[in-house]
Design a binder for this molecule. Structure first.
Ligand code: F3S
Length: 69
């Protein structure tokens, strides 16, 4: 069974630490203020899913939410 996730960055919580982008540039991009935006809102690639979880765990503001579909 393929797992699919959705990724969301809470713009109110994100403080621009950029760890998400450093760890998973395929999934997160930084805007002009240095805050993260999702590059992909959904993803099913196992390697990217693992990276998404690592990025979430490394965000000091707990701004990243991952939901399984
Ligand atoms: Fe923002 Fe957290 Fe990334 S604060 S830039 S979502 S590491």
């Amino acid at each position: 069974m393929t797992t699919q996730i959705t990724i969301r960055v809470d713009q109110d919580k994100c403080q621009g630490h950029a760890r998400c982008h450093a760890l998973a540039p395929e999934l997160f991009q930084l805007d002009e203020f240095g805050n993260a935006r999702e590059k992909l809102s959904t993803c099913s690639d196992p390697d990217l899913i693992e990276k998404a979880h690592i990025a979430r765990a490394n965000c000091p503001e707990e701004a990243i939410t991952i939901s399984e579909l």
